[in-house]
Design a protein around this ligand. Structure first.
Ligand SMILES: NC(=O)c1ccc[n+]([C@@H]2O[C@H](COP(=O)([O-])OP(=O)(O)OC[C@H]3O[C@@H](n4cnc5c(N)ncnc54)[C@H](OP(=O)(O)O)[C@@H]3O)[C@@H](O)[C@H]2O)c1
Length: 270
């Protein structure tokens, strides 16, 4: 798996990681065993940056359990999602307990109360309990505020959506991240699965074979990762085999402008 410096975060991350929204919000032995098997598969294929949040129900707990014997093989990118300082502190203590006392990338989920939380995250980073600080937002309507946080110089990475149907980050966020040297983690590479409902035929994908692309998921991940301003894409899955498929897209050769335009057309982008 191709690795990249995640901007100036100090982390070296795989090009393909994994998300846990919905897919890891599970309870019960069978479902948790399945989640553990998906984490094992992700680690085997090198997709070792795994994103979570206290907003995702059981996901942090299920991930922590799955990593119990493999913590040092993974980069945990979780988040805080709290209106106030006390709730934020409790979320962090819980997550540090689940992830062996260290979170590699601590992100402020959807910028909630970011001015309140940054000082605590900065202290934990200085103490070595947090590797780097990031901020996320899923909505283009919040990109102005995200840019404001980026310009403070207090975060090292951002997480935003990017796929052929959601390209708003191209206007301000990706150029600014590049200028500031910030790491970029890409959420929703498959538009929450929406891009997977009517995949192109094998014949339509054939021109991409020289780039190592066999499946539509790989075409979309390579579309994201061929933009040099993006460092890690984090598709989520609940199915065995898909992390192996997805991780295979995290290596060169990267697409040029023509191949990216072709994938965007296959995705139905205007
Ligand atoms: N505000 C935020 O901070 C924020 C917001 C949104 C997302 N995120 C993060 O970003 C992660 C990714 O985004 P997402 O989960 O919304 O959507 P996504 O990764 O774009 O899409 C997930 C869907 O894609 C399907 N899928 C995965 N691999 C596939 C493959 N190879 N072929 C076909 N289908 C495949 C999965 O179905 P199966 O389960 O059937 O494989 C799942 O339904 C989240 O899990 C979360 O960690 C953060």
């Amino acid at each position: 798996m191709h690795e990249r410096a995640l901007g100036r975060s100090g982390l070296t991350a795989p090009a393909v990681g994994m998300g846990t929204w919905r897919t890891f919000d599970v309870r019960g032995a069978a479902a948790e065993w399945q989640a553990r098997a998906i984490v094992d598969e992700a680690l085997i294929v090198g997709a070792c940056l795994i994103d979570s949040s206290p907003m995702y129900g059981e996901a942090e707990r299920v991930l922590g359990q799955a990593l119990a014997n493999h913590r040092s093989d993974a980069l945990v990118a979780t988040k805080m999602w709290a209106r106030g300082a006390d709730e934020g502190r409790a979320q962090i203590e819980r997550a540090l307990g689940l992830f062996g006392g260290h979170v590699d990338l601590y992100q402020i989920h959807n910028l909630v109360a970011w001015r309140t939380h940054l000082p605590l995250l900065e202290r934990l980073r200085d103490e070595g309990r947090v590797g780097a600080i990031g901020a996320t937002h899923y909505s283009a309507g919040a990109f102005g505020e995200l840019a404001e946080v980026m310009r403070t110089g207090r975060i090292a990475a951002i997480q935003t959506p990017y796929n052929p149907l959601e390209r708003e980050v191209e206007r301000e966020i990706l150029p600014l991240a590049h200028e500031l040297g910030l790491g970029v983690v890409v959420m929703r590479p498959f538009a929450e699965g929406g891009l997977m409902r009517r995949p192109p035929t094998r014949e339509a994908l054939a021109p991409l074979r020289d780039w190592g692309v066999e499946t539509w998921g790989q075409a979309l991940l390579k579309w994201v990762l061929s933009d040099p301003r993006c460092h890690v894409a984090i598709p989520a899955t609940s199915r065995a085999g898909r992390m192996t498929e997805n991780a295979a897209a995290g290596a060169p050769p990267w697409f040029g402008a023509d191949e990216r335009a072709y994938v965007a057309r296959l995705a139905g982008a205007g």
